[in-house]
Design a protein. Structure first.
Length: 276
């Protein structure tokens, strides 16, 4: 890890890294639960499986998990002596609540909120460890630059692939969302237009990945090039090919799952970049 090699002490790593990951997972789970609560009728119309009959069960589970998550977030903020950082948990959770209750029904706003949340996770680490980053900048500027660029790269990557998935999900849920009087992009502008916007994001993401390859340092392990090409760029071409030909709900659902896997591949690349 770059910081370890430079002798820089991190506040989150290693003792608080696992709790931080847990908080991130809890926020995500809370987002799913409150989304299932507000989307209960829409999900039934879309014939989604494994949905609870009583929507209040989602609300109860959300409340319990939200309280536990905030306690854990407050503990982390207390340990690193930055109590105000616990407010990020409240802001993130509030945004996801508003997304499910209101913004999801609007054109593009909900998609942007979820995508920003996905990309901001690493930026929160950057802010929490700003003292260590400033020290690293003064002691090892090259490592600082490499680490900073990697974090920004993944934040942009996470935003783009999340936007692609959110648009595809809106297309998948078209019938149920229309019955629930939502005003998502496919409903407002049509499925063909929404596909075109998703394709635009795919093209931009491919160009970003190609730019990243060309900016890698000459001594970079060759595995980086293979991983970017086979696990990050190639799947985007496959997704774009399948998206152009998709017509049925099951096809869009499959593409949504592909985007999830692609996001995981991006996280794996982040680990690869850190340790190789």
């Amino acid at each position: 890890m770059p910081f370890g090699e430079s002798g820089i002490n991190l506040q989150l790593y290693p003792s608080l890294l696992f709790p931080f990951i847990c908080v991130t997972i809890i926020i995500t789970l809370c987002g799913y639960l409150i989304n299932d609560y507000f989307d209960h009728q829409s999900d039934i119309a879309n014939k989604k499986k494994n949905k609870l009959q009583n929507p209040n069960a989602y609300l109860i589970a959300y409340s319990v998990l939200f309280t536990f998550g905030f306690g854990l977030a407050f503990y982390i903020a207390f340990e690193i002596e930055k109590i105000h950082l616990s407010l990020i948990y409240l802001v993130a959770s509030s945004l996801l609540f508003l997304y499910s209750s209101h913004f999801k029904k609007q054109i593009l706003i909900g998609n942007v909120i979820v995508s920003l949340f996905t990309s901001f996770v690493l930026l929160i680490i950057l802010y929490a460890e700003k003292d260590a980053f400033l020290t690293l900048k003064m002691t090892n500027y090259q490592t600082y630059t490499t680490t900073f660029k990697l974090i920004i790269f993944y934040a942009v990557f996470a935003f783009a692939i999340s936007m692609i998935r959110e648009i595809i999900k809106d297309i998948e849920d078209y019938d149920g969302d229309r019955m629930a009087n939502y005003n998502t992009m496919p409903i407002a502008f049509g499925i063909k237009f929404s596909k075109a916007i998703a394709m635009l994001y795919i093209i931009v993401l491919i160009l970003i990945l190609l730019y990243w390859i060309f900016t890698l340092e000459s001594q970079t392990n060759v595995l980086h090039y293979y991983f970017i090409g086979l696990a990050l760029i190639l799947p985007l071409f496959i997704i774009s090919f399948k998206l152009q030909r998709a017509k049925y709900k099951a096809q869009y659902h499959q593409l949504s799952q592909w985007c999830k896997i692609h996001m995981l591949n991006g996280l794996l690349y982040l680990i690869l970049q850190t340790y190789l």
